[in-house]
Design a protein around this ligand. Structure first.
Ligand SMILES: NC(=O)c1ccc[n+]([C@@H]2O[C@H](COP(=O)([O-])OP(=O)(O)OC[C@H]3O[C@@H](n4cnc5c(N)ncnc54)[C@H](OP(=O)(O)O)[C@@H]3O)[C@@H](O)[C@H]2O)c1
Length: 394
């Protein structure tokens, strides 16, 4: 029986992973080692009981008494805190889902790779902050990373193990998010609720707002470079409002392989779970006559400054990705709290990058986890200062 762990079990990706496991037979089909959550202790305990996990860990220390109480009599261990989450990644599991949101997903993922495990990676922030380190650790320990982001799963499937040297370009599709058709002048005053109204995908709050600003796509551009090892100039972004083509690979003979399907994350989660076999999945089948038309258009960089910023980050390399992600997370916190406007998120990130850029260089040295965490911390502090300065100046 295969053993699995889910990091970020109580989130959108975690829930959909849980759904697939339960449909497959739950504890009769998989041995669950660890489940982790953030604050939603009641749901975490419920999932741990349903899958008969060895241990459940919540990020929030204050949640430990409630987690213990909810697991009383089950024989399931309870723990709390970032250290306990990272320790849970040391427990032997064949397959681990990395679905914590934000830079907090980096350390557990890295620990799993150091044990040579298979990591299903939804947490794109780890590749953005520490791509070279993650890929080097995976190679050194014979670990495998399977992409879960729908775009990267699509590219992985379209590549179908072909030689990456035959690839001319990778075309990432983007829905354009909730505010895609708004007049430019109105974007400054867009609210959290308005940015949350994603046209096609049901996702967690943070990634949904990042989709509206295209910070999510900008992370995915960097993720593509790190995971597939292509040059930034080979990566294109195209607006595709229907979200039915999940991404494309263009080869040097002019052929383009596109991956299509209904917008349902259980496809890419299930693909990573069953890989290398392709098993039945409970996702809707496309009726192409009903779809009738697929549309594409170039994204406007004034509307989506994040797409311009990610190019600068890739040109700088070193620790620029760690700063970019951290500044983006802080800017999003300030937007959610109502301090800054929707378009000011990009201004916070751009200003933070320009203040820190002399500190990004690593020369020829491989980044260490300590370098990445130090830059993450510094960028959060600087971005917090920049955002505080902008507060109220919309
Ligand atoms: N949702 C999607 O469709 C989708 C698609 C592609 C990629 N992704 C990527 O997948 C990851 C997860 O996204 P999501 O939408 O599932 O996010 P989400 O719904 O916000 O869930 C995030 C998960 O992480 C936990 N968490 C939050 N802060 C944490 C911390 N500091 N330490 C440990 N755990 C913490 C949350 O716990 P609580 O809820 O218990 O607080 C929850 O289990 C992100 O990297 C995202 O970019 C998501």
């Amino acid at each position: 029986m295969r053993s699995i762990s889910i990091f970020g079990a109580t989130g959108s990706i975690g829930e959909q992973t849980f759904d697939l496991l339960m449909r497959a037979g739950g504890p009769e089909a998989y041995r669950t080692v660890a489940l982790t959550g953030g604050r939603n202790v009641a749901r975490l305990a419920g999932m741990a009981r349903a899958l008969r996990a060895d241990i459940a860990v919540c990020a929030d220390d204050a949640g430990l008494p409630a987690l213990r109480a909810a697991l009383a009599g089950s024989g399931i261990e309870a723990a709390a805190g970032a250290g306990a989450i990272a320790d849970a990644a040391d427990r032997p599991a064949d397959w681990l889902m990395s679905a914590i949101v934000g830079a907090a997903g980096l350390v557990p993922g890295l620990r799993a790779l150091r044990h040579g495990r298979t990591l299903a990676l939804a947490n794109k922030e780890s590749l953005v902050t520490a791509g070279p380190l993650l890929m080097a650790e995976a190679a050194a320990h014979g670990a495998r990373i399977l992409p879960v982001d729908s775009e990267h799963s699509a590219i992985f499937q379209a590549l179908n193990a072909e030689d990456i040297a035959c690839v001319e370009r990778i075309i990432l599709t983007a829905s354009g998010g909730a505010l895609r058709d708004w007049p430019m002048a109105a974007l400054a005053n867009a609210t959290v609720k308005e940015a949350m109204a994603h046209p096609n995908w049901a996702m967690g709050q943070r990634i949904t707002i990042d989709s509206a600003s295209m910070f999510n796509k900008s992370l995915e551009v960097i993720e593509t470079r790190e995971f597939f090892g292509v040059e930034p100039a080979q990566i294109e972004v195209i607006l595709h409002p229907e979200s039915l083509i999940h991404s494309m690979v263009g080869f040097r003979d002019g052929a383009i392989m596109a991956h299509m399907g209904a917008p349902d994350m259980r496809h890419s989660i299930g693909y990573a779970l069953n890989w290398p076999s392709r098993d039945h999945l409970p996702v809707a089948r496309l009726d192409l006559a009903q779809v009738a038309t697929l549309t594409f258009r170039a994204p406007d960089l004034d509307r989506y400054p994040a797409l311009r910023l990610c190019r600068e980050v890739m040109a700088q390399r070193g620790l620029a990705g760690a700063a970019f992600n951290a500044a983006k997370e802080v800017a999003l916190d300030h937007f959610l709290a109502g301090g800054i406007g929707f378009m000011q998120m990009a201004s916070v990130v751009e200003e933070t990058l320009s203040r820190l850029s002399p500190d990004f260089r690593l020369g020829n040295a491989m980044m260490t986890l300590e370098d990445v965490l130090a830059m993450d911390h510094l960028a959060r502090t600087r971005a917090g200062e920049v955002a505080a300065h902008m507060t109220g100046s919309r």
